[in-house]
Design a protein around this ligand. Sequence first.
Ligand SMILES: C[S@@+](CC[C@H](N)C(=O)[O-])C[C@H]1O[C@@H](n2cnc3c(N)ncnc32)[C@H](O)[C@@H]1O
Length: 278
Amino acid sequence: MTAPGVAQHYTTDDLLGRIDAGLRAVGADPDALSIDDLKPADEFHTGGIEATCALLDQLDIAPGAEVIDLGCGIGGPARHIAHRYGARVRGIDLTPAFIEIGRAFNDRLGLSDKVELSVGDITDLPYDDASADLMTMFHVGMNVPDKAAIFAEAARVLKPGGRFALFDVMRDENDEELVFPVPWASRAEISHVAAPGVYRRAAHAAGLKEVAERERRQFALDFFDRMFRKIAAEGPPPLGSHLMMGETAGEKIRNYVANVEARRIAPVEMIFERPKGR
Ligand SMILES: C[S@@+](CC[C@H](N)C(=O)[O-])C[C@H]1O[C@@H](n2cnc3c(N)ncnc32)[C@H](O)[C@@H]1O
């Protein structure tokens, strides 16, 4: 079950037009794009493409691997996985506007045969049992109250020996209420940030075993420190994931960083495996 209002939170006015304007402002041609041109704007999580690579570097992704990206947004991580590893990627996301824009970029980049994006809920996946070698999830669980359902579906859809690699914002040691708005929630009702133990228990209950975990608090603080210094020196960049956060982007990012500094939350990577023979 998904909190109502999540897709509404992520739907902002004329996102595609604003990304295209940002591309032009940095000298890229929206009709003759490279995958790298789009990277500043299509990875909607802490650390952007740097964080995507840091998680994927811990995995062994073979050409032709069947990958599913849960909560794919406009498809940045999915396109990267297809392009970099030669994998076939299915992405699923609750926000129709993101899927529409993601498909437009797949077409422009000639990746539509390798990356298939669809609207749906990750707690009820439209995929066959044992049909994925790898599932990924970047900053999505914070919107999903039922973590057990995410892991039950991941365990069902993964092949035996397949892995589920995720990078989510989780509760840290300070249990004060978060300061809102943050990038994934304008208000507390659609924020479902949980402690790492909640993820681990849900994974184990679904029959997955944990193979790696890494807290990324300092990585996040360093990343935002660099971002704030650059903005102070050069002004806000024309192209960035802030475009997906609408008019209150600056406030959302500042609140997120303040929540991390106060140890209310921190981004964490986890990698699980569906044991062979199950
Ligand atoms: C912060 S964005 C991250 C997008 C993408 N993973 C990325 O890193 O670029 C969170 C995404 O999760 C999606 N989402 C939230 N709850 C979902 C659910 N229950 N099922 C599918 N997608 C969901 C939202 O629509 C949004 O696109």
